[in-house]
Design a protein around this ligand. Structure first.
Ligand code: HEC
Length: 203
C-alpha cells in the first residue's frame, strides 16, 4: 500500500530491485561445463588405473607398473618365466602372486620365494604339504601343492622361479638351470611332497 506518507525511492534505485521473471543461462556456462567434463574424463582415463587393485600412485596402468617394477622383463628368461608362471602356477597363486583363500598362499612378499634357493627349488619339483608359515602367518590348505614343476624343463623352471623372485615387489637374485639340476641330482627319485619342516632344515 503506498500512502501519501510512504517515502518513495529515487527512480534509479527502484529499477535495480529484483523482479520476478526468467533469463536464459548464458551459453558459455554449458560450453564450460562440457569442457570441464571432457577434461575430467581425460584425467580419469589417465590416472584412475580403472580401479585395478594392483595399482598405486604414481603408477596408473598395469603395463607401466610392470615396466618400472620389473626392469628384468627386458631379459628373455624372465619374460619366459612370466609366461610359464601364468600358465602353470597362476591358477592357484593368482596372476598377481597374491594367492587365493583356501587354494594357495601368497608368493608376493613370501620368505619362501625370496629366501634360500635350495628350499624354493624343491617346492615345485616335489610339491609341498602341511601347515605352512608365510609372511609370519600360519596357513593351512585343504590340499597340498602338487609337484607342478616336475614336468617342466630345467630352463623353464629356472625362469619361472627367477620371475617370481623379481615380480610383485620381490627382490631376490635369479635361479639358474644348474641349481635345479644340482637339486635333482642330490634328491634323486622322490614322490613324497616336501614339508615346511624338512625344507627349513635345509641351508
Ligand atoms: C593346485 C594349486 C597350486 C598350483 C598350480 C601351484 N601351487 Fe604352489 N602352493 C599351493 C599350495 C596349496 C601351497 C601351500 C602348501 C602347504 O600347505 O604347505 C603352495 C605353496 C607354494 C610355495 C611356498 C609358500 C609360499 O607362499 O611362498 C611356493 C614357493 C609355491 N607354492 C610355488 C609354486 C610354483 C612355482 C608353482 C608353479 C610351477 C605353483 N606353486 C603352483 C598350491 C599350488
Amino acid at each position: 500500500m503506498i500512502s501519501e506518507n510512504t517515502p518513495t525511492l529515487p527512480a534509479g534505485i527502484a529499477a535495480a530491485e529484483p523482479r520476478p521473471g526468467r533469463q536464459a543461462a548464458p551459453v558459455w556456462v554449458f560450453v564450460l561445463l562440457l569442457v570441464l567434463l571432457f577434461l575430467a574424463m581425460f584425467y580419469f582415463d589417465q590416472h584412475s588405473g580403472w580401479f585395478d587393485q594392483r595399482l598405486y600412485t604414481p603408477y596408473y596402468s598395469a603395463v607401466q607398473l610392470e615396466t618400472y617394477q620389473l626392469p628384468a622383463l627386458g631379459n628373455a628368461a624372465v619374460a619366459r618365466g612370466k609366461v610359464v608362471y601364468e600358465s602353470v602356477c597362476a591358477l592357484c597363486h593368482n596372476p598377481d602372486g597374491a594367492g587365493k583363500p583356501n587354494q594357495a598362499p601368497p608368493l608376493a612378499g613370501s620368505e619362501w620365494v625370496a629366501g634360500s634357493p635350495a628350499r624354493l627349488i624343491r617346492i615345485p619339483l616335489y610339491g609341498l604339504g602341511g601347515p605352512i608359515t608365510v609372511k609370519g602367518q600360519v596357513m593351512t590348505f585343504p590340499s597340498s601343492m602338487p609337484a607342478m614343476g616336475a614336468a617342466l624343463p630345467d630352463d623353464d623352471l629356472a625362469a619361472v622361479l627367477t620371475y617370481m623372485r623379481q615380480a610383485w615387489g620381490n627382490k631376490a637374485g635369479p635361479i639358474t638351470a644348474e641349481q635345479i639340476k644340482a637339486v635333482k641330482a642330490e634328491v634323486g627319485n622322490r614322490t613324497q611332497p616336501e614339508s615346511p619342516e624338512e625344507l627349513n632344515a635345509l641351508p
